[in-house]
Design a protein around this ligand. Structure first.
Ligand code: GLY
Length: 329
């Protein structure tokens, strides 16, 4: 509800932001490697995230504007949504699996290609920060389930009940019919994926989610899978995804989009091609939503989705606003 309301209310205030990035990014087909000295654009810090999570981009901007790193910006940005119990798709307050357990997936990736992830993590509000600890404090990349939870406690994270009164009630209702359907654009796939560029021109990304509501216990989506829900290559750009994770994993969506940008596509063109690849594998199927968001080294952005309704939030020196994405259908 929150997202829809915001889109409705924000159309006039963000009209310029809505139009500008698409026009600019579609024209630019240069790769980083092909830019000459005179083509180099000044570094412009920027934070973008999936959907209209404006508090998250505002937090990321607070970090970037005082010269903080892109890595700190994306971590602190997505933590806002992880802590927001009214956001029922991320962190504490996320909807549970079909057994009534809230299980969280998250990952983070830095400018040097270092990355960390946690999957099927219970009882911890900030999986993205545990993922960062995995990246920085262990020789591993992914920790799962009980092992990830034990590691989190060792790192000083505290145990919390992630189910709220609201999500508990919804779960009790759901159990009465126990339908398990992926539904277009409903509020149960609003993963937050965030990408940022800092004052040094370095890129980082983070992605965090409670996954599909009422998923089969043990299910892991695309969000913590490096290359699927998130990918960053500091020479080229970054990409992240939201929506039905199984489809994103099947195309290694975020990696695909970064590689398309490396080959010369703009972020917008790369996101469009990413969605087209998914649709090719799903001919005739319309019952799911995917949204891709990408940024290149020059700070140009793009977003594209299967069905209307996806948007992304953008904060850079020219302002803060919501960009409505075009869609395949
Ligand atoms: N994209 C989130 C998920 O499928 O879990």
């Amino acid at each position: 509800m929150k997202r829809r309301k915001f889109l409705k209310n924000s159309t006039t205030g963000t009209a310029a932001l809505v139009a500008t990035p698409l026009m600019v990014s579609c024209k630019n087909e240069k790769t980083t490697a092909s830019l000459s000295e005179s083509d180099q654009v000044p570094i412009k810090p920027i934070a973008v995230c999936t959907w209209n999570f404006q508090n998250a981009t505002a937090k990321a901007w607070d970090v970037l504007k005082i010269g903080g790193s892109a890595l700190d910006a994306v971590e602190q940005g997505v933590m806002v949504e992880e802590a927001d119990v009214t956001n029922e798709t991320v962190g504490k307050g996320g909807r549970p699996d079909r057994d009534g357990h809230v299980t969280l997936d998250a990952c983070i990736m830095d400018k040097d290609g270092n990355c960390g992830a946690v999957v099927y993590l219970k009882n911890i509000t900030h999986p993205v920060s545990v993922a960062r600890k995995v990246m920085e404090e262990t020789p591993h990349i992914i920790l799962a389930g009980k092992g990830a939870e034990k590691f989190a406690y060792e790192q000083g994270f505290k145990k919390e009940d992630l189910l709220t009164e609201s999500t508990r009630k919804q779960y009790e209702e759901w159990k009465k019919t126990s339908k398990y359907e992926t539904t277009i654009n409903i509020e149960n796939h609003d993963t937050i994926g965030m990408l940022a560029i800092d004052k040094n021109g370095d890129i980082a990304g983070a992605c965090t989610t409670s996954g599909m509501a009422y998923k089969v216990a043990g299910r892991v989506g695309d969000s913590p899978i490096i290359g699927a829900g998130l990918y960053v290559d500091n020479e080229v750009g970054g990409a992240t995804a939201t929506g039905v994770g199984e489809e994103v994993i099947r195309t290694v969506g975020s990696f695909l989009i970064v590689e398309l940008m490396r080959q010369g596509k703009s972020p917008q063109e790369a996101c469009e091609e990413g969605v087209r690849r998914i649709m090719k594998k799903n001919e005739g199927r319309e019952d799911f939503q995917i949204g891709f968001l990408a940024i290149n080294k020059q700070g140009e952005t793009g977003g594209y989705c299967v069905h209307p309704g996806f948007s992304y939030q953008k904060y850079d020196p020219s302002g803060h606003g919501n960009v409505v994405s075009n869609s395949f259908y």
